[in-house]
Design a binder for this molecule. Sequence first.
Ligand code: F6R
Length: 616
Amino acid sequence: MCGIVGYLGKKEAYPILIKGLKRLEYRGYDSAGVALINDDKALNVYKAKGKVADLEHVCADKNLTGTIGIAHTRWATHGEPSTKNAHPHYSESKNLAIVHNGIIENYADIKKNLSAKGVHFVSDTDTEVLVQLIEYIQVNKNLDLLTSVEVALHQVIGAYAIALVDKRNPDQLIAVRKQSPLVIGIGEDEFFLGSDASTFIDHTDQVVYLEDGNIAVMTRGEELKVFDIENEKLNPEVKTVDINLGQIEKGGYPHFMLKEIFEQPECLRNSMRGRVVNIEGETGVVLNAIEAHKEEILNARRMIIVACGTSWHAALIGKQMIETYCRIPVVVEYASEFRYGNPVVGKGDVVIAISQSGETADTLAAVQLAKQKGAFIYGICNAVGSSIPRATDTGTYIHVGPEIGVASTKAFTGQVTVLTLMGLAIGKAKGTIKEAEYEAIAKELWNIPEKMKEVLKLNDKIEDLSRIFTYARNFLYLGRGFSYPVALEGALKLKEISYIHAEGYPAAEMKHGPIALIDSDMPCVVIATHNDMYEKILSNIQEIKARQGKVIALVSKGDETISKIADEVIELPETLECLEPLLATIPLQLLAYHVAVCKGKNVDQPRNLAKSVTVE
Ligand code: F6R
């Protein structure tokens, strides 16, 4: 969603803020802005609709001096994307400026009250309401800025991360976090602030992750001070963050998405490192989280997986894995539905929350609800130290590195890998998986990165193929068993970045409705690898061909039957059926990518989407 950057130190703030904003653009990008206090104590705010580059253009002839500043990239929630609604927002006197990520739920009531008292508003945002409220309290109750913030936050309902400056005090930067991520970087006589640590990682790796309700006061020449909302002083823990800057740059690829697709073999190695092990000549799986919480996990009466989007698709694969190998019933829920569905959940249930960002508001709320009701919570996340892992009882990081492209790719295969490891570790501990099968899957999982490299060699072929289908208006993706969630994921990738309507279906469901859509203009991507479902999928393909549909079939290497009837064929290396999603997903990611590129779409930042959905 929105992104926040801040700086207070000895250097010029503007270049640091702009660079930080560029790193955060993936979170939201309908407008951007920056506020700087210069040596004459002038507080200058510059804003632009569009990208950070548009902001730079606006700033080109402005006074950009100042060693303290805050900046923001916005993804609109209240008020249309416009310069007026872009952050930072001034208070009425223009003494204060604020940037904000999240939503102030009761902003309309506060705005009404303040308006009745004569406060004037210039934007449609909930953010401006917050800064006006802080100023109103500061002036009318004659309080210092920190106390005014604390008083204001007692009146505010919602989720927020904010950063605030006051031109009368150019030596102080205040930041607050509630349910929206905020990290402080600590340098030598300088502070950095970011929605994530990538914004300042080239300056410092020493960070403090603010917790919910924390108010941080950064003052020139002083140590960082952190308070809770009742003004109790806290002892923030300084951690060393491990992000490699090279990881977050494009590394020679034209887009982050393509780079991230190609990184998958290495990412999966990292996901498995130290977890797929050789014990006395035999391959096995060790997951510390399961070792440490055997009682809760092995005795689970049921597992509920909560997630959104791509992570939800991974959850569907996890369900099959856990039910097959652990014989524990698993329910997969959209986190957004779970949180409002009055779910029957409690002690004895294990709730697994899957989230790449670890910040998805719906998933976090589902976790909090399940926790309140007494369930044991297991997180599968990528962003280390993010909100969801911090709210869970235990969990496993997927360790695929920062995912910058808005369309999730390597996180999906990382999530499926960790779910496979969980299925194996729990199944082995419960004795519900046969020894030979356990070892065969663990061994083959270890081989998957090499097989993925083979699949990635199909990139040129898929690029050629994509040209044929660029102008299709609809796509159908079909799969069965473990491949059905892959079909859903392939369809989601295509719609997200190429804006072509696509639907994923279990292949056998076709005859219950979607078959009516099939004609010569309908490309159907069918996952038809050599497994128990092969004969059934073959007849589904024949049904499509009988109606002149175009079939792009993903088959196992050497397949002769489907290859003869499909219009286009993509051959995949053989693997175990439960691991096929890890290979079959890649051509679908590449197909979506190349179709979107052919159509001239903004692959890394598709319209209307944000990388991290931190509001409902
Ligand atoms: C799709 C995509 C989204 C996310 C969803 C959940 O490419 O990126 O559907 O998967 O917003 O995000 P996380 O996994 O961060 O909770």
